[in-house]
Design a protein around this ligand. Sequence first.
Ligand code: FAD
Length: 475
Amino acid sequence: MSTLVWFRSDLRCDDNAALHAACLAGGRVTGVFLIADAQWQRHHWGARKQQFVWQHVLALRAELAVRGVALRIVRCPRFADAPATVLDVAQQEGAERVVTNAEYGVHEVARDERVSAALARAGVGWRLLHDNCLLRPGTVRTKESAPFKVYSPFRRAWLEQVRGEPLGCVGAPPAATPVEAPALPDWMPPQADIDPAWWPIGEEAARLRLEDFCEQRIHAYQTDRDIPALDGTSRLSPYLAAGVISVRRCLQAALQSNAGEWDSGSRGAQTWINELIWREFYVHILHAFPAVSRDRPFRAETDHVPWRNDAADLGRWREGTTGFPLVDAAMRQLRATGWMHNRLRMLAGMFLSKHLLLDWRLGEQWFMEQLVDGELAANNGGWQWSASTGTDAAPYFRILSPERQAERFDADGAFVRRYVPELAGCSTKALLKPGHPELLATGYPAPMLDTKAARERVMQAFRSAGIAASEEPRP
Ligand SMILES: Cc1cc2nc3c(=O)[nH]c(=O)nc-3n(C[C@H](O)[C@H](O)[C@H](O)COP(=O)(O)OP(=O)(O)OC[C@H]3O[C@@H](n4cnc5c(N)ncnc54)[C@H](O)[C@@H]3O)c2cc1C
């Protein structure tokens, strides 16, 4: 049996279901990766994400070569071209079947249906495996067999299903007679700075980061994860988004550091596992509710909220010149590094959608364009949460206050000083008070809005859309 493995968001040799299945079947195994640059642009992939993915495609090509697997890298700008391209590569390689790991966005699902149909017409087999989540999307359901719409009951059901079950990690294919890596196409990703100290390239780098986190920092995660000035989180998100490391390996390391316990023992380990379950939750949502990958709100009624589209206000938010130091530090961290701390993603998301009443999709797009870890399910889930249009959406009257968040999570101003250098010499008291004369004396802007008036405006906007100020419905 000769098999073609089609790599997409699973750029690794280790614990890769499709690659493992292909190798297990025996016979010749070849890999293919499609550069879908026009499609990536339509999906708002930024230069940093494209660079990160590209560097990992090259790393994968080298890793596969020493395992006797040649990785073909082929330019195929649009998903619409994928059926012809995959079939062409399969036929050139004499592959009897194509194996791949599922992706769950609507365009990706439609692409795969068209590819499998084209292959079937030509007599080439197709096998779609589920590798992105620990539990296959669609398999965690309520008693009524419906998909969950709220995280906490999803988490309970998810834990019930996984407890006592093996994680099922599989190793990389063993070293074999090396093959010469096929020639590269004439394509380069857009130029982007990715700090190699922050984002080293390769599976080994991701594995070491996971190990280091689970040895050094996981037990303090419960408290440290909320302080953006600390290195308190794993920063594995770009690796998980590109599939450089599997979620099973992450869970395995977390369990190892917690005597095998999922939801007892170390509070830090439990909390980190919960974040990985959030990741699963949003992928399951994407799969069950395709509307969310079509720019629609999860809660259809919120479509009537009169979101604004104001280029000047959007520009100030993007540039980090809102006059709210912690919001600005967050937005500048994003621009400088391609990553933003989770607490600040929530704050920046709420600032855009609630305080500015700008359409949350503008923020979602900007994040995708900037983030090195941009990923449809988590980004959409996070934005819809912030805008109160999504699953566990915060009730719209609960709005994170930039001042209160700074007092709680950057009380000494360390994070603001790092990313808003013009404020580095200001007193901590001033940093915690937007509009303080000390801040203005540096040329830093006055707050662009009055938070009380902004709050009134967004409450009115939701009311005008007929949405009552009640708590979220539970399933
Ligand atoms: C508005 C908004 C946009 C976001 N956009 C993205 C995105 O494009 N890509 C992305 O990977 N995450 C996104 N997140 C989720 C979260 O902020 C990041 O996953 C996290 O900050 C990454 O840092 P870390 O790897 O150190 O996370 P850790 O705290 O170490 O968590 C471990 C892993 O769990 C997953 N995870 C953690 N929190 C969440 C969450 N809330 N939802 C889903 N998965 C989670 C990530 O894969 C992360 O790497 C977004 C959150 C918000 C509020």
